[in-house]
Design a protein around this ligand. Sequence first.
Ligand code: NAD
Ligand code: 89V
Length: 345
Amino acid sequence: MGERKEVAIGMVGCGFYAQNHLHAWSDLAPEGALLTAVCDRDPEKALAAGTRFGVPHFTDMARMLDEVKIDLVDIATRMDSHKELAQIAAARGVGAVVQKPLAPNWEDCVAIVEEAKRRGAWLAVHENFRFATAMRNVKKVLAQGTIGRPTWARLSWRTGFDVYRGQPYLAEEQRLVVQDVGIHVLDLARYFLGEVEHLTCETQKRNPKIKAEDTATIMMRHVSGAVSLVEATYAARRGDDPFPETLIEIEGDGGSLIVSKGEKMKVTTQGLTFEDEIGGPLLAWTSRPWHVSQEAVLHTNRHMFERFRDGLAADTSGEDNLKTYALVEAAYESARTRQAVKPRR
Ligand code: NAD
Ligand code: 89V
């Protein structure tokens, strides 16, 4: 048995969603991912996180890196600070996982990825929808060829859940539903159906109290020839709200796969239909309805820790995530021009 290699983790940003990152790192300690320090520019949040998880706390990331040996920083601040923080890590040769969206615009995303490459620093994006247990199970069925070659899909993220309560800044964003949650569903579309040839997008702002679009309907032609429909809205007014689940329909040349609310999957193949519940369990620190997203954080963090430890790129490396972000930019361009758009790269 080789020597177990431990990785010292520094958590940067201890706000709303970072609590899930902190609990996940705490769960991963027995595997060698050691939460070693926390940082938040808000002294009260830094103190609260440091006290709760028993590690030193800082209000400045550079100072934390100067004073504590950190191998990998997990940056869960909001996107306006990602470029500065990622570049501080890269300059020190410290690995970084950065929450989505990597940056507020394409140019800054590319700058972050290129600076990490120039410095030889490990970089990944915490894009966790594809790490959720239910999504891993969908991928398993597709990889086994159970429904043949996927040719059509609908990935639907439709909610009326009050996302603004936990994340009030969303009401002020200049670009909202495509950049905040569409980015997750577009990444799933790539994960299940491969790269995209071109897309068209219609956006709507249906809530008068917010600044940007809260509804997007995106149609994509994949390089494989498959066609997918990606939908995202915070303005659904339906009973039985599936928040934060992505509902899925995938049709192949040998069958179909449907994921409905409650992470229930129905697979039809060779004229037979099989059903199963494909989600992950509740954890000590997760609670409905966020549990779907929260358990994805645990699997994402484990993936990032293992790939960094083993000197391998993450599946959602900075380079890879540029392909998802290119779909975000293409969607906004299509909505603006009313034209089909080929994503960059
Ligand atoms: P938040 O505002 O609640 O927390 C951000 C924290 O970062 C704040 O406490 C702030 O003080 C701190 N901060 C800001 N700049 C800093 C700096 N330079 N150094 C240190 N600390 C700094 O935001 P949130 O809702 O937790 O969102 C954080 C990120 O997580 C966003 O990018 C958001 O898109 C993402 N997010 C992802 C998911 C998901 O993965 N499914 C869900 C929700 C939010
Ligand atoms: O998951 C996220 O990125 C959150 C959302 C409100 C979509 O759950 O921002």
